[in-house]
Design a protein. Structure first.
Lengths: 442, 295
């Protein structure tokens, strides 16, 4: 097959305006007559990229993109599992995530063999490492997630709040540095049902992930080196007790155990929540007066520390993968590059998402400085530091989602008072042991 | 051979072939997978026979049996309430002489919504923070928000309300069809003999309606025993499994955990529930018809 792929080094000035970024390796080619079938994650925050990048790629290569599926990631995950079972992998590119990737076996190509090293050099090495499963680079990272703590600034500037808090807790009211301080302050600010100190995502992988990062921050771990569960530990009980204490104190809404990401984001924007641990993608929304009652009154600090002296930093990256069965791997490689290129990442960074290319971090920070946008500058600087110093992935094993499904009902049972934290974690630990045994870890 | 080709089998063959392909083969395949550790993400596991291991695990799985019991209870309460409301609506519409067709059409509106949309609507209605129900109650002095979708009893009641709202019209339509088919003579004769409205309803109308009741019960019992969409949208079976029904559990096991072998074993056990209800309602249907013909 004639090699149609070519590389070029260009200065990425055309789409960054005045910014002069480091040279980017581009991956164009002539793909006239090629149609790539793709399955993509859908939703408001994700689709803007496709509207810009797909026409751009089609115009520059002559190829065509056929979007077969566009749905939320959990539905897409189910669809791809069904595709694997039926052997019907008739698409070339699909959205993926570092937390999901290890489930899919070998259906995705090892991009180490396809992407030129000069292209891979444009991405943050640690994120590429997290995108690797069993030594195979199965995804090109799109943007990264980590959470930091948003808060309503005016609450911390109020003189009465300062005096009353100091009198009650014995230390100054400042944005929290530890999760114990978050608890104190959340209880202090709460005035249910009109106002709550904080909130948390309360079900499925979401609460399991939040529990996981708190266990780590408390100095514990979910598994030992052989993947035997060890979260039924003092660090685990302490982490679970944090959720329970907030729930019992009514410092979080009663319905929090049914909340997922949209609920917490919209809740903070509604102005009824004092502090909210959330990802960078919400920043623009929170500070937009059209959507948010807290616009102009938002502070942001790095995620607080647990009792082990570590900050929480559950992290992962949205990504794109190429199937092993793809008949046009060169075209697919070019499209993967385009979807994660400087241009693509700059589009998403302007919406608040965290890029996976160091050059884009520099570019977006420079752009916000030039615009004098102090809020977004604070957001990007905070998240850049957090991703560099605090971020850690969940165990990158195929059983992660199944494990979280065994864990989260037990966490909920303890929060609702149906079980003690020790009983709940003992039951979850037993189920996790069964999952790991079945998977052949021990 | 010629006798076979000229016989009724030839006429039945297309039906038998279609039923075999569409019903029997998928059933046999899913039955086979229930004896394997089949994972969607590991297609090779489809060929590893593990005997009754999945079933043995389920027998000792308390979560599964609690979901099974909750499904039976949910089914019994929802069906009976739908019957009562459906019968009431059918009787009221049957009394109307003007605008009956319009009302019959309006009554069918809830059935036209997809169950997923119904789930979203009712999730919003019962949201503890911004939901219509709590805001409505607040107008009457209930300041503390009621955690409709968190409390064990209230969450099940909320889901049942959505299910009943969505499907009571099935009962109403079938029972209205029954009411329209009842001959007028026995009712008029009973009134001439001095029976009051309750006696007419109890001794004439209801026996005539019973076959329709059991047909509606059979159809709805199969529907409710497979309840998934509304529950998934409103609570996902949680929190802490408080609203877990068989199909939320089976769906999560099969499609999220990808353990399709185990999910199919759960499905085969749950099929007995549907068979039991169907058998019971058909038995009652035959009994009601026989009673009608005797009378």
């Amino acid at each position: 097959m004639m090699l149609r792929l070519f590389l070029s080094l260009v200065l990425a000035v055309s789409f960054f305006g005045s910014f002069s970024a480091k040279a980017e390796t581009e991956l164009w080619g002539d793909f006239s007559g090629v149609t790539l079938r793709v399955k993509l994650i859908g939703g408001g925050q994700y689709e803007g990229l496709y509207n810009e990048v797909i026409p751009w790629w089609e115009e520059n290569t002559g190829g065509k993109i056929e979007i077969v599926t566009q749905k939320n990631h959990f539905e897409l995950d189910k669809e791809i599992k069904k595709d694997i079972a039926s052997g019907n992998l008739d698409f070339c590119v699909a959205s993926n995530h570092t937390s999901f990737a290890s489930q899919y076996g070998n259906i995705y190509t090892d991009l180490n063999n396809i992407m030129p090293a000069s292209v891979l050099a444009d991405y943050t090495p640690l994120i590429l490492e997290h995108s690797t499963v069993d030594g195979r680079l199965v995804q090109m990272p799109r943007h990264s997630d980590v959470s930091n703590l948003y808060y309503q600034k005016s609450l911390y500037e109020d003189a009465d709040n300062k005096a009353n808090f100091k009198a009650k807790y014995g230390y100054d009211l400042t944005p929290p540095e530890t999760w114990d301080q978050v608890k104190d302050q959340a209880i202090f600010f709460s005035n249910p049902p009109d106002f709550y100190g904080t909130q948390y995502v309360g079900k499925e992988e979401a609460i399991a992930g939040r529990f996981y990062e708190l266990v780590i921050a408390n100095g514990g771990a979910l598994f030992d080196e052989d993947y035997r569960p060890i979260f039924n530990s003092p660090a685990g009980v302490e982490a679970l007790q944090w959720f329970i204490d907030l729930y019992n104190a009514k410092a979080v809404p009663d319905g929090v155990l049914n909340y997922l990401w949209d609920d917490t984001g919209l809740g903070f924007a509604s102005g009824t929540i004092a502090m909210n641990l959330d990802w960078a993608g919400w920043a623009g929304f929170f500070n937009d007066p059209e959507n948010s009652k807290v616009a102009g009154d938002i502070g942001l600090v790095r995620a607080p520390m647990g009792s082990g002296g570590l900050r929480t930093g559950w992290s992962g990256s949205h990504s794109f993968s190429m199937t092993e069965s793809c008949p046009d791997k060169e075209a697919a490689a070019s499209f993967l590059w385009a979807l994660t290129s400087n241009k693509a990442q700059m589009i998403e960074a302007r919406g608040g998402l965290s890029p996976t290319r160091p050059a884009i971090w520099d570019a977006i920070i420079a752009e916000k400085k030039a615009e004098g946008d102090e809020f977004m500058l604070m957001v990007f600087e905070t998240f850049k530091m957090s991703l560099a110093e605090d971020a850690f992935t969940p165990p990158l094993i195929p059983e992660w989602i199944e494990f979280t499904n065994a864990l989260y009902p037990e966490l909920q049972a303890a929060i609702l008072g149906d079980k003690s934290p020790e009983d709940a974690l003992a039951t979850a630990s037993k189920k996790a042991t069964e999952i790991m045994e079945d998977a052949g870890y021990f | 051979m010629r006798k076979f080709l000229n016989g009724p089998w030839v006429l039945l063959m297309p039906t038998l072939i279609i039923l075999t392909c569409v019903v029997l083969l998928p059933l046999l395949l899913s039955l086979w997978t229930s004896f394997t550790p089949f994972k969607l993400t590991k297609p090779d596991t489809l060929y590893r026979f593990v005997g009754f291991r999945n079933y043995e695990r389920l027998i000792g799985d308390l979560d599964f049996w609690i979901a099974f019991g909750r499904t039976v209870l949910f089914l019994a309460i929802a069906l009976n309430l739908e019957l009562v409301f459906g019968l009431g609506i059918a009787l009221l519409i049957n009394k109307i002489t003007y605008g009956q067709r319009t009302l019959r059409t309006l009554m069918m509106f809830p059935m036209m919504f997809s169950p997923i949309l119904v789930g979203f609507q009712w999730k919003y209605i019962f949201n503890d923070n911004i939901g219509l129900m709590n805001n409505f109650l607040r107008e009457f002095g209930v300041i503390q928000p009621i955690p409709w979708l968190v409390d064990g009893i209230l969450a099940n009641v909320s889901i049942m309300a959505a299910e009943i709202w969505s499907s009571t019209s099935v009962f109403a339509i079938l029972l209205l069809a029954g009411l329209l088919g009842i001959p007028k003579d026995p009712i008029e004769a009973a009134k001439v003999d001095g029976c009051n409205s309750w006696q007419v309803f109890k001794n004439i109308t209801l026996p005539f309606l019973m076959p329709f009741v059991f047909i509606a019960m059979t159809i709805r019992s199969l529907d409710v025993a497979r309840a998934y969409d509304i529950v998934q949208m409103m609570t996902g079976g949680g929190p802490a499994k408080r609203t877990e029904l068989l199909w939320t559990l089976i769906s999560r096991t099969g499609y999220v955990d990808a353990k399709m072998g185990m999910a199919n074993a759960m499905s085969y056990i749950s099929i007995f529930l549907s068979i039991a209800f169907t058998f019971f309602f058909f038995y009652k249907l035959v009994e009601a018809r026989q009673r009608l013909s005797y009378e």
